[in-house]
Design a protein around this ligand. Sequence first.
Ligand SMILES: [Zn+2]
Length: 451
Amino acid sequence: MSKVSGVIRGGLLVTERGFRRSDVAITDGIVTEIGDCIADSGGETVDAEGLVVAPSFIDLHTHTRVPGGEESETLESVEQAAIFGGYRYLLAMPNTDPAMDSVGVLRSITDRLEKLRVTVEQSSAITIGRAGEQLVDIYSLAEAGVRFFTDDGTGLRSPSLMREALEMSALLGVVIAQHSQDPELSSGGSINEGTVSVRLGLGSIPESAESVMVARDIELLKAYGGNLHVLHVSARESVNLIRHARSEGLRITSEVAPHHLLLDDSRTGGFDPIFKVNPPLRSVATRMALVQACISGEFDAIATDHAPHSDHAKQKPFSEAAFGMLGLQTAFSAAWTAMFNHPGWDESELEAGLAWDQIDGLEPWQLVRLHRVISLLSFGPARIVGIDAGIRVGTNANLVLVDPRSEWVPSPGDIVSRSRNLPYLGMALRGRVVGQILDGSVVLREGKLCS
Ligand SMILES: [Zn+2]
């Protein structure tokens, strides 16, 4: 693709320290100037008045379904979903068929990953076949370039295997990412344990199924060292445990999914399997506590858990339907809607030293929360994967244009994924990604893909 030259004018540029109204000049795909009233140099001019210019997003949790699940997603369709969502990087989960658990399986897709415009980094399973019984060859996989190991979809139950995996992670500098969920406490469950599960008579998954495993892993981390990332946190007690572990200096990070911020278990009351996800949508009180935890800086990242499923797997009676929902295209909008609607603004959200330029139609406190959402989609996960996300002179342009004030209602026609399991159909969402420059080339312009 040809590299872009031009000036993005009048947008609010996101930096780690706040928002600053700036023009951004790009020459042959490289950011060449950031400042006020940059002169035209013959390229394109993009009017970004009222828009936010942010670093392209980074997702720590994507199910690409490749290899083996191409009925529900392909690398090409997931790439398109990523571009619409404003993403430049996806960490691909290993629940594939065969499971991503060896250098051989990894090599079978490496060439295809390299052809994509979006960076897709493949994680490996922790145990062979994600069966929880025998560790993969972490050493060889790390030598082949794998940096993240997870049995996502299930928690690694065995404490001795988890200990060994953490010890290896300390030795090799890789990360063990845990789907924290005790298999006994969650056995047979398909929704959150609470008043809704009692009313519906469905098997349930309590918050404690998550937090007991978080607590155990923190104890192992404390005793044996290592690097732990907690996937899709959905329980209040997990947030407390992770905060405490971090304050003790342990190497622990965590993420939260947009659907856990915006949706609660009352949605499952109509037995619609589109709202079936693992970990499940929680109570209103927990949902609000998770939004508050985002605002207070408890999480390192918002990660999609983008989990495409064919109609065949999803349109079944609730207890038999597959867990998971689409998330890449809507992550920013869903998270921003949740943060925007969250009541109880308090001055303490305003961190000292941050600088804010205004945007018409948004109150200062809304800008503070918008900054938090964007940081959790860019700077936060970038630190975990080792990418320098900032928009800086001399670097390849990787940026998204976001309209934080627009409202839209996703419809089936908006979905570019091969699957249809989007939980936000018909819901009013706030804010939308409208443009993206990836590695210096325009890939999304005025909400439309560029080929
Ligand atoms: Zn998971």
